[in-house]
Design a protein around this ligand. Structure first.
Ligand SMILES: Nc1ncnc2c1ncn2[C@@H]1O[C@H](COP(=O)(O)OP(=O)(O)O)[C@@H](O)[C@H]1O
Ligand SMILES: [Mg+2]
Length: 272
């Protein structure tokens, strides 16, 4: 598993004081689904670099390839061509078993619909990645408590998901994604199923964990959410068509408007 130590060892003494590898590097990613007349080119020649400690937002119209990109970054899918590397180590070409291991150890996932197990308490849901990995729960007892505290749910550990609001469930999902100290958290529309107040709370939490050193790549439709990112990358028809700095909702809205306006007329969109 790549760790901070591995990373600094790998870059120490590099000839000419070369720049350390970015945390994540995607190069010339291509991904198509289906074949023949119904083939969909979900990604075309996508390059993306993410530095450690960044919050990067990905925006784009429905069907523009955002989820496909996130899945490839998170080793849930493989590109047809191109490469993805973490700490300078390529992983798209790993064997399935290695890829599964990497997925569990290096990435944390947050999904639009929270994906908590309904029969497990909040604390058990947070512990789930360790259980799936065959680790002893006792090892994580204090970590689960501190993560639930971190997301503002210290008093909800024993509650079932049905006893929590959507925003609270998503905060449990964020705690779960952080459990095994992932190098990168990948979030696909984490506020997409929340009202604006709960969505704002979730976004401020993601921003705070990044400010504490975590790295996050997040897909969002919400310019206000994207504005909390350090950078906003725009996808259209499977290609990166622009990038703006975060920090300013109006700037993100303007840039997104340009991307949508420049989409080819009549292009078919599939909502996912
Ligand atoms: N498993 C799949 N099988 C077939 N087509 C897919 C699959 N996943 C995504 N697509 C298609 O690829 C394109 C990009 O999808 P997706 O990455 O989900 O877009 P977004 O997340 O931006 O809405 C869409 O046209 C979608 O229908
Ligand atoms: Mg999607």
């Amino acid at each position: 598993m790549p760790t901070n130590t591995d990373r600094s060892t790998a870059t120490v003494g590099e000839p000419g004081g070369g720049r350390p590898s970015p945390l994540l590097e995607a190069h010339a990613l291509t991904r198509a689904f289906g074949g023949g007349a119904t083939a969909v080119q979900a990604l075309r020649d996508v390059d993306l670099t993410v530095e450690e400690g960044e919050l990067v937002a990905i925006m784009g119209p429905s069907g523009s390839g955002k989820s496909t990109l996130l899945h490839i970054l998170g080793a849930l899918d493989r590109p047809d061509a191109g490469s993805v590397s973490i700490d300078g180590r390529r992983y798209d070409d790993l064997a399935d078993r290695e890829l599964t291991r990497l997925r569990g150890e290096v990435f944390g996932f947050v999904f639009q619909f929270f994906n908590l197990l309904p029969t497990l308490s909040a604390a058990e849901n947070v512990l789930l990645p360790a259980l799936v990995n065959g680790e002893r729960p006792a090892r994580y007892a204090t970590r689960v408590d501190s993560l639930l505290g971190r997301v503002g749910l210290g008093d909800r550990a024993a509650h079932l998901p049905t006893e929590l609001s959507g925003g609270e469930q998503q905060r449990v999902a964020i705690a779960r994604a952080l459990l095994r100290r992932p190098r990168l958290v990948l979030a696909d529309e984490p506020t997409g199923n929340l009202d604006s107040k709960a969505g704002g709370t979730v976004m401020r939490l993601l921003r705070a964990v990044v400010d504490e050193g975590q790295t996050v790549v997040m897909v969002t439709h919400d310019p206000g959410a994207a504005a909390l990112a350090d950078r906003v990358v725009f996808l259209r028809d499977g290609q990166i068509v622009g990038e703006v700095e975060g920090g300013d909702t109006a700037r993100v809205i303007d840039a997104f408007g340009e991307v949508e306006a420049s989409a080819p007329a009549g292009a078919e969109r599939t909502s996912t």
